[in-house]
Write a new protein. Structure first.
Length: 340
C-alpha cells in the first residue's frame, strides 16, 4: 500500500537529528518542512489542507459530516498517512484539530514530540500526554532527537537499529541541552558545524546513511577548518564589543543584558555564550540575526529567558536558550531606534 510520509521539524541540529531518525524509520520523506516557532501553525495547516487534501469544512464540526467524507477521500488518495512533528509543537488550537483527526483515524502514524519548556501545553503538566496522550511525547531535560529515537525504538520502527545511531543521537542531545561536561559535547559541536555547512536535508541524508560520518578523515579535516573560522569570528566580535565599550542595558525587570547583530553564520549559540563569559555583569545575551530572529542565552541557574521569548507570539525555547522573531516592520523600527 502507498504511504504519504510527512515530516515537520525544527530548524536546528536537534531538528536535523529528528530527521535522521525519521528517515531510518520510514525509508524517506514525501514532504519535508523545517520551521521555527513563528510558522509552525501555518505549516501544519498547510500540510492538512494542501498535502493531505482536507477542506476547511473538515474542521467545521461533526454535524456537517464533512470530516468523515474528507478523511475517506484522503485515505483513498494517499493510502497510509504518516505525520511527525518534532522538536517543535503547534498551538492548542492546532493540536485540537490533530486530536479530532486522530480520533477519526486519518493517520496511520501521528507523532507530536517536543521538549521545550514553552511547549508544556502538550501534556497539561503531565510527563507525557494529557488528552493528547496517544500521539504526544513530551519530555523535559532530553532533546527532541533522543525522544523520537526512544519512541521509534519502542514502536519497533527502527529495523536497522545500531549503536552508531544511538551515539549520534546522544551527541545531538549533549549539544542541544548545553551539557558542557558531557564526553559527547565536543562531538555534538562538530555535528553542528557540519549541519550548518550541509543544510538540514543533506545533513539528514548523510547521517541516515552513516551516523559516524563526522568521524571520517575528510570530515575531521573540514571540521578543523570550520572551527578555526568560527573561533576567529567570535573572538573578533568580543574584541569589538570591548573596544567600543558596548552598552549594558537594563530590561523592565531590572535584568542586565547586551545585544549584538550577527549574519546567521552558524555561531549564534557560541557567540551568546562567549558574551556571557566575557561580560560577567550581564544576566543574559541577545544575538539578533539579519532575518530578525532574536536568540537569547543565559547562564545555567540564572535568568529564565524562555519567559522573555514566550511574551512574543512566535517565541519559545528553554530556560537558558530561547528565541523569537521580530516581525519585519518592528525589526526595521528597532534598527532605526537603536542603530540609526
Amino acid at each position: 500500500m502507498k504511504t504519504l510520509r510527512i515530516h515537520v521539524t525544527h530548524t536546528d541540529l536537534d531538528g536535523a537529528g529528528c530527521a535522521v531518525v525519521f528517515l531510518r524509520a520510514f525509508g524517506g520523506t514525501d514532504k519535508f518542512y523545517t520551521v521555527n516557532h513563528d510558522r509552525i501553525d501555518s505549516v501544519v495547516r498547510q500540510v492538512l489542507h494542501q498535502d493531505i487534501g482536507l477542506s476547511p469544512l473538515t474542521f467545521a464540526g461533526p454535524s456537517t459530516g464533512q470530516a468523515w467524507e474528507d478523511i475517506a477521500k484522503a485515505k483513498d488518495a494517499h493510502g497510509k498517512i504518516v505525520l511527525w512533528i518534532t522538536d517543535i509543537a503547534p498551538s492548542v488550537a492546532v493540536m485540537d484539530d490533530l486530536l479530532m483527526l486522530w480520533e477519526k483515524e486519518l493517520f496511520d502514524e501521528l507523532l507530536v514530540c517536543d521538549h521545550h519548556k514553552t511547549s508544556a501545553h502538550l501534556c497539561n503538566g503531565e510527563t507525557v500526554g494529557g488528552e493528547y496522550n496517544d500521539f504526544v511525547v513530551y519530555g523535559d531535560g532530553i532533546c527532541g532527537a533522543e525522544l523520537v529515537y526512544h519512541y521509534a525504538d519502542r514502536k519497533k520502527l527502527l529495523s536497522n537499529l545500531d549503536s552508531r545511531l544511538r551515539e549520534f543521537v546522544a551527541a545531538v542531545d549533549a549539544y542541544d541541552l548545553w551539557k558542557l561536561d558531557s564526553p559527547r559535547r565536543e562531538r555534538g559541536e562538530n555535528l553542528n558545524k557540519l549541519f550548518r555547512l550541509y543544510g538540514i536535508a543533506r545533513f539528514a541524508d548523510i547521517f541516515c546513511d552513516d551516523p559516524e560520518r563526522d568521524k571520517k578523515k575528510e570530515s575531521a579535516e573540514l571540521i578543523g577548518v570550520l572551527e578555526a573560522n568560527q573561533k576567529k569570528a567570535i573572538a573578533a566580535c568580543i574584541r569589538a564589543l570591548k573596544q567600543d565599550n558596548a552598552s549594558v542595558l537594563t530590561d523592565n525587570c531590572n535584568r542586565k543584558f547586551m545585544y549584538v547583530f550577527n549574519n546567521g553564520d552558524g555561531v549564534t549559540s557560541q557567540l551568546g555564550q562567549a558574551m556571557l563569559d566575557a561580560f560577567e555583569d550581564i544576566d543574559y545575551a541577545a544575538v539578533v540575526s539579519s532575518n530578525g530572529v532574536v536568540s537569547l542565552r543565559s547562564r545555567k541557574g540564572g535568568t529564565d529567558v524562555s519567559s522573555i521569548a514566550k511574551r512574543h507570539p512566535n517565541g519559545g525555547g528553554h530556560a537558558n536558550a530561547s528565541g523569537f522573531k521580530i516581525e519585519t516592520r518592528a525589526f526595521y523600527d528597532f534598527l532605526l531606534t537603536k542603530i540609526l
